[in-house]
Ligand binder design. Structure first.
Ligand SMILES: Nc1nc2c(ncn2[C@@H]2O[C@H](COP(=O)(O)OP(=O)(O)O)[C@@H](O)[C@H]2O)c(=O)[nH]1
Ligand SMILES: [Mg+2]
Length: 1017
């Protein structure tokens, strides 16, 4: 070390020995003082001396800013002993000075910035096999676009099917190859992005993607596909997705066949007039897992397809034939999505026909002679060939002829001969042959692999071979394009069915035509949270016009009507993306007929909304699209409460966001101040609570024991007329309550009859279906509590006794009283159901002021209540349909568990071609908590079970019977259940234990009833 290294330019010693000494000795102030004069270079050198350079030393340095003694006179007040924070940290750093420790030690004074991420997202736009600007161009041609949803039962392979399409369009292979260890075999699940979806391996949110895929003729087509969850609890996501599409792609596992959710999806699709195409998935399971012989495999597929057709026929009796799905029609595809292949009869037949002359055929498909249809030289007619590939059509290879009957020993069904056998052979060879044997055979089929690939795992090898053998899913794309309507054709169905405005307006016409140049209308049905869960993006379908960023729009909520504009706000669309689930592609505009993901409009939207441009041409009025008609009902109830009461506003904000994220969830506040969340089932609520606690509110939330919604009903006609006087004693209303005929409540709820239709139409419905007489059917005033409410208000007054004109003047107020009464019944403030209220007499004051709303509404309500209480009121509870699939030895567990929980089994049948059984039963929702876990434990996980809301059923026992003694902590007896439920519900809601006839009955009526002995003292 020479002197230059030992001394700095100021002559200070910076050599090693001294520095080491410095470390051990505390630096004297003078040292520190001197070091302050060091320039950057020596500073670095000092740092280099050792990583554990003395921090105290550093601090000292910062504390001194005086640079040596000076002779200048410094006034006392100008003296600066310490540097200011600004000097030390520079201008860019915000400095907080805190007097006292206000926070607990566990909380950092300056909290680190946390980047929250609750969904898997691509960092950049991933490479794709098409050009993105081409995709954007294609959107302008509705005839080349299709909007479809993948739907079906849980684990039937929808997400896997989507993965297959993603792999065909996205360049992800490199990324997959980099996976190591156990992760190599993991399914991609590209459209499962939410944390819970990844953790639990099921889809819980709908996931849209827009892909450009080639069809059979090599032409590029645009597919907007939405992958929906299959779990029965999340069927609300299916309902909102189906609003955006023009057709449903039903995915069915060929082994399990049609299951409960498959049924519900088919039913919904049929009732909404949605075209349906079928994908029979997991064909590989028949070969590898079930090891079915070729003929049995054919029957199994046939059986599954016919199951679908049976459900279709049962849903729309008499029209099933036109909506049939069948392979020879081309609307059924066969697939094995994990093996990444998919074909339809036309696409498979095309391989043969395209192969042209027989010689090449012989080479490529192993000595199969194509049928000549009579003339040997004539090329095979693809269409005729396809028609003969399904059903009981047999092929004789020697004669090269089709027969209706298998007359020859070796004649097989043509589907087996031409399709199943080659696939079986392919699978068998790949799995059992050595690489040397395999290579020539694969070469015959025009499949060529790299040498190292032959050594791969059988599964991976199979996948590689199948990928080459079957090629891309052009069959699927063709199926979609030939059998589902384009957005332009599909728009008519959507507008006719769901648009509430006049259909002859220019706006409606422009939507019918899917007109890009028309005024902007977007139907938004689904909200997706951003990865940090702070806000939402809204997915909608552009019905007319072009959705562009920075456009101002009017957001019309579900309660908007041109007369009542309260539920309307304006906002500016900040972004219009093409939604790809894991990433969003920004665009300059999305034209009519396509889906758009909108940014910047989420605050005003709760569930669904209609967006229109701020000013419509010719000042036309805008109307909304109807809210979604859901397939399921929310009956599962949970009360929530913040652990720290001061965090209530935070929880409310969280609840608002949960409400946006889950289409069917409802939240409300009970009179007692309890916050209640209603959902469809256990898993649903589990996900809701996860999102509330972890994503949206980030706080601890206490929950009550789970409970259910109840309903109140009557089982007899009121034992005596119930009347009540208005508070001014000038008017009297008299009513009777009675049960509705079975089926009416369901018809009203399903929309089979609509109170908004003309009286004639509504009357005819009740006349024809339920045998109402003409007078009664024309006098139906209202359904309650709302248009779809399962109760009925009927005017049964005699025109000879009541002046019709005065009666008409109070009709609306009586309706309102009726709606109020049916919304909250007298037993425990749960909605009334399946009850008819008949207005049999009314005395009204001459003076209109004396019969105003303030007088009539509460009195009508009280009359409803008293007639209700006099008609043997009963409590109703929701019932789940239990559907289980499992082996023979798991059956007993279901029987025993159901019996313990007031449930029972309805049907028990084997699933053809498999060792499984399918059992169906009923189970009260209130006894279903923990049922699934119970069953899984008993059956050791060998079964799957789905619980879906099925019906309302009367709880045994009289809820008003005071003679029943209920002992705390003991289960109530069978006939005491109703009373038990009513009392518990009342207690929870903070109501008095006594239902209180006195509160609802008019004093005069009560006296009258006591005299008659109808009412106890
Ligand atoms: N054997 C076989 N398994 C499949 C196939 N498609 C999907 N699976 C498996 O079925 C399970 C559920 O698939 P997933 O796509 O998540 O079902 P989803 O609920 O309909 O979305 C996964 O374990 C897949 O590996 C298939 O074609 N063959
Ligand atoms: Mg899925």
């Amino acid at each position: 070390m020479d002197d230059g290294d030992l001394y700095d330019e100021f002559g200070n010693y910076i050599g090693e020995g001294e520095a080491a000494d410095d470390e051990s000795d505390a630096p004297s102030p003078e040292d520190a003082f001197e070091q302050l004069g060091l320039d950057d270079e020596s500073d670095d050198a000092a740092d280099d001396d050792g990583d554990n350079g003395d921090n105290g030393d550093n601090d000292m340095r910062l504390m001194h800013i005086d640079t040596g003694p000076s002779n200048a006179v410094v006034l006392h007040e100008d003296k600066q002993y310490y540097p200011s924070a600004h000097d030390v940290y520079g201008p860019d750093v915000e400095v907080l000075v805190q007097e006292e420790d206000a926070q607990p030690l566990s909380q950092p004074i300056i909290a680190p910035v946390v980047h929250k991420k609750f969904t898997v997202q691509e960092a950049d736009l991933p490479p794709v096999h098409f050009r993105r600007d081409f995709l954007a161009d294609l959107m302008n041609f509705p005839e080349q676009v299709r909007n479809v949803a993948l739907a079906g039962q849980l684990h039937h392979g929808k997400t896997a099917f989507m993965d297959m399409l993603v792999m065909e369009t996205h360049d992800l292979q490199d990324r997959l190859d980099q996976r190591k260890g156990r992760r190599t075999d993991e399914q991609l699940r590209y459209t499962d992005v939410h944390t819970i979806e990844r953790k639990r391996g099921i889809s819980i949110k709908a996931a849209p993607m827009t892909l450009v895929l080639p069809d059979g003729s090599g032409k590029s087509q645009l597919l907007n596909i939405i992958d929906t969850p299959g779990h029965v609890d999340f069927i609300d996501e299916v309902a909102v997705s189906l609003r955006l599409v023009d057709a449903v792609v039903l995915v069915v596992d060929v082994v399990e066949g049609v299951q409960i959710n498959t049924e519900r999806v088919i039913k919904h699709a049929m009732l909404e007039d949605l075209p349906l195409v079928l994908v029979v998935n997991k064909i590989d399971r028949l070969i590898l897992e079930m090891r079915l012989p070729v003929t049995d495999a054919y029957f199994k597929m046939y059986n599954v397809i016919e199951q679908v057709n049976t459900v279709i026929e049962n849903t729309i009796p008499g029209q099933g034939a036109t909506r049939r799905v069948s392979p020879e029609k081309g609307n059924v595809a066969f697939a094995s999505s994990t093996m990444r292949w998919c074909f339809t009869l036309p696409s498979y037949a095309k391989y043969y026909v395209d192969a042209g002359e027989q010689k090449r055929m012989e080479q490529s498909r192993g000595a199969k002679l194509l049928p000549g249809f009579g003339k040997e030289k004539k090329p095979t007619d693809l269409h005729q060939f396809v028609l003969r590939l399904w059903g009981d059509v047999f092929y004789n290879p020697e004669l090269r002829k089709f027969h209706r009957k298998g007359v020859y020993d070796n004649s097989k069904r043509s589907f087996e001969h031409w399709i199943l056998e080659p696939i079986y052979k392919l699978y068998t060879h790949v799995i059992s042959d050595s690489p040397e044997e395999l290579r020539p055979k694969l070469a015959q089929m025009k499949v060529f692999l790299k040498p190292h690939q032959y050594k791969l795992d059988a599964n991976v090898l199979l996948q590689l071979v199948c990928e080459q053998y079957f090629g891309p899913s052009t069959g699927f794309v063709d199926m979609i394009f030939y059998h589902t309507p384009s957005p332009a054709e599909g728009a008519r169905r959507i507008v006719d069915k769901y648009y509430t405005g006049p259909l002859d307006s220019t706006l409606a016409q422009s939507m019918y035509n899917c007109d890009q140049d028309g005024p902007l209308v977007i139907q938004v049905t689904k909200m997706f949270n951003t990865p940090d869960a702070k806000s939402f993006n809204c997915l909608g379908r552009v019905m007319s016009g072009v959705a562009k960023p920075t456009t101002s729009v009017k957001i019309l909520g579900e309660r908007y009507t041109p007369e009542d504009e309260e539920d309307m706000t304006t906002a500016t669309v900040t972004d219009t993306w093409i939604a790809e689930t894991r990433y969003n592609v920004p665009t300059s505009g999305v034209p009519a007929g396509n889906w758009v993901l909108l940014g910047g409009v989420d605050t005003a939207i709760m569930k669904t909304a209609t967006l229109v441009q701020t000013k419509l041409p010719d000042n036309e009025e805008a109307y909304i699209f109807q809210p979604i008609r859901h397939i399921s009902e929310c009956v599962w109830k949970l009360a929530v409460e913040p652990i720290n009461p001061s965090e209530l506003p935070k929880m409310l904000d969280g609840l608002r966001k949960v409400n946006k994220s889950y289409p069917l969830v409802t939240t409300k506040v009970e009179e007692s101040g309890e916050h209640v969340i209603l959902g469809t089932g256990e898993l649903y609520m589990d996900c809701v609570m996860h999102d509330l606690r972890i994503m949206y509110a980030e706080m601890d939330v206490k929950i009550s024991d789970p409970s259910t919604r109840f309903s109140e009903t009557v089982v007899e006609v009121s034992s005596s007329k119930a009347w009540a006087k208005t508070p001014n004693q000038k008017n009297t209303i008299t009513m009777l309550a009675e049960p509705l005929d079975p089926g009416i409540a369901e018809d009203i709820e399903s929309g089979a009859v609509n109170i908004k239709d003309p009286v004639r139409v509504v009357g005819k419905f009740f006349e024809q279906k339920y045998g109402y007489d003409l007078l009664a059917s024309r006098n139906i005033w209202a359904f309650g509590p709302d248009e779809r409410g399962p109760n009925l208000l009927q005017n049964d007054t005699l025109p000879s006794e009541v002046d019709t004109k005065t009666l008409r003047s109070v009709r609306d107020t009586i309706r309102q009283g009726f709606a109020w009464a049916t919304r909250e019944g007298p037993l425990c403030e749960e909605p009334i159901r399946s009850t008819k209220f008949r207005l049999i007499d009314i005395k009204l004051d001459e003076n209109p002021i004396m019969r105003g709303g303030g007088q009539i509404i509460p009195t009508a309500r009280r009359t409803c209540y008293s007639s209700f209480l006099l008609a043997s009121p009963r409590l109703m509870e929701p019932i789940y349909n239990v559907s289980m699939l499992g082996g023979a030895d798991t059956k007993a567990s279901l029987y025993s568990i159901l019996a313990k929980r007031r449930g029972h089994v309805l049907s028990d049948e084997p699933v053809g071609g498999t060792p499984f059984y399918r059992l169906q039963g009923l189970l009260p929702v209130i006894d279903s908590f923990g049922f699934e876990t119970d069953l899984r434990i008993q059956a050791q996980g060998q079964c799957t079970v789905s619980l879906v809301f099925d019906r309302w059923s009367v709880v045994p026992g009289d809820p008003l019977d005071k003679s029943i003694k209920l002992t705390p902590l003991q289960p109530a007896g069978a006939l005491a259940l109703a009373r038990d439920f009513v009392l518990k519900t009342r207690r929870r809601k903070g109501l008095s234990e006594d239902v209180g006839f006195g509160k609802f009955l008019d004093a005069g009526l009560a006296r009258e009833l006591r005299e008659k002995g109808v009412l106890d003292e």
